[in-house]
Design a protein around this ligand. Structure first.
Ligand code: NAI
Length: 333
């Protein structure tokens, strides 16, 4: 029998953690494979975490082989195959990203060290907690035994939002749309780009740009997608949880099982040495990617318009700025 998949969720008693744990326990990442859930929380949230464990038990999932619930990183990170790093301080109305960088940097410094010391060398790390790109960079920087290939940050929610918005404009279901791209940072400077996206309409594959007005795609569409997180906070009083957990599962499933032929998705990854699209190394940047046998590869050579070029530069500059602020505050080189 194959070894169970050991999956860590940090911030497991939080709202995204709560939405994630049940789906992972039910075997969604690798259908049929047993799962041991590792749930990390801060000490004051252990009571609430115990309630989550009780509920997981009561689901009687056939795939759930065990649960490790703890406030100790050395226990939580031991031998894990996959890490969903969710736990952090969520953005509240009025809070800016500099406040977030300060509050969250230390968490990801400690967790980068824990990944290096205790996780399997093949661990797949997805950072969800914001500011996700820079938190992933901090974790990579402090995990001396792991490499860039172990680390990603989540822009799949923005990607899925883009698919859904295009689908709604063209009155089809979201599965008919593919190859949208989220470039850059998971922030308001992200670049939702549909210049390579296609849609299946009446059995034919057509370019989205042939069906939807360019002014909308470069204007309202971009602001709707990049401001969607804020709109949900305003409406719910809390950040997106169900859709964020769903996107996190989509991201890791793609990483484990690969992309379909002719399809790419968006993932934020440490910029590779060949600096695709002129983006400089040293930040975690969202690119269009394909995945084969667990290896993530940037889709290169897509045309870049002047409009896109300017936007890529702005989101890259923001990431470089986040890096300087966070590394300065944490004393990292
Ligand atoms: P939440 O506040 O409901 O839950 C966060 C949990 O993390 C809490 O239970 C807290 O006790 C725990 N926590 C805090 N520090 C921790 C530590 N050092 N170790 C372990 N656990 C710790 O927040 P929610 O709504 O679940 O959001 C989590 C994060 O995900 C936030 O940073 C939010 O901004 C981010 N997010 C990212 C998205 C993306 O697309 N990348 C989308 C939506 C949210």
């Amino acid at each position: 029998m194959s070894e169970p998949l050991r999956v860590l969720i940090t911030g497991a008693a939080g709202q995204i953690g709560y939405a994630l744990a049940f789906r992972i326990a039910n075997g969604e990442l690798s259908p049929g494979k047993k799962v041991i859930l590792h749930l990390l929380e801060i000490t004051p949230a252990l009571g609430s975490l115990e309630g989550v464990v009780m509920e997981l038990t009561d689901c009687a999932f056939p795939t759930l082989q065990g649960v490790v619930a703890t406030d100790k990183v050395e226990v939580a990170f031991k031998d894990i195959d996959v890490a969903f790093l969710v736990g952090s301080m969520p953005r509240k109305e009025g809070m800016d990203r500099a406040d977030l960088l300060k509050a969250n940097g230390n968490i990801f410094k400690v967790q980068g060290e824990a990944l290096s010391n205790y996780a399997k060398p093949t661990v797949k790390v997805l950072v969800v907690g914001n500011p996700a790109n820079t938190n992933a960079l901090i974790a990579l920087t402090t995990s001396s035994k792991l490499s860039a290939a172990n680390f990603t940050a989540m822009t799949r929610l923005d990607h899925n939002r883009s698919l859904a918005e295009i689908a709604s404009q063209l009155k089809v279901t979201a599965d008919k749309v593919k190859n949208v791209i989220i470039w850059g940072n998971h922030s308001n400077t992200q670049v939702p780009d549909v210049s390579n996206a296609v849609v299946e309409l009446d059995g034919k594959t057509v370019k989205v740009t042939e069906k939807i007005d360019e002014a909308y795609l470069k204007g309202d569409f971009v602001s709707k997608i990049s401001l969607r997180g804020g709109a949900i906070i305003k409406a719910r009083g809390l950040s997106s949880a169900g859709s964020a957990a769903n996107a996190a599962i989509d991201h890791v499933k793609t990483w484990i099982h690969g992309t379909k032929p002719g399809e790419f998705v968006s993932m934020a990854i440490p910029v590779p040495a060949n600096q695709p699209y002129g983006i400089k190394t040293g930040v975690v940047f969202s690119f269009p990617v394909t995945v084969t046998n667990g290896v993530i590869k940037v889709v290169e050579g897509l045309p870049v318009s002047e409009w896109l070029q300017g936007k890529l530069k702005a989101t890259e500059d923001e990431l470089q700025g986040e890096r300087s602020t966070a590394f300065g505050a944490l004393g990292l080189a």
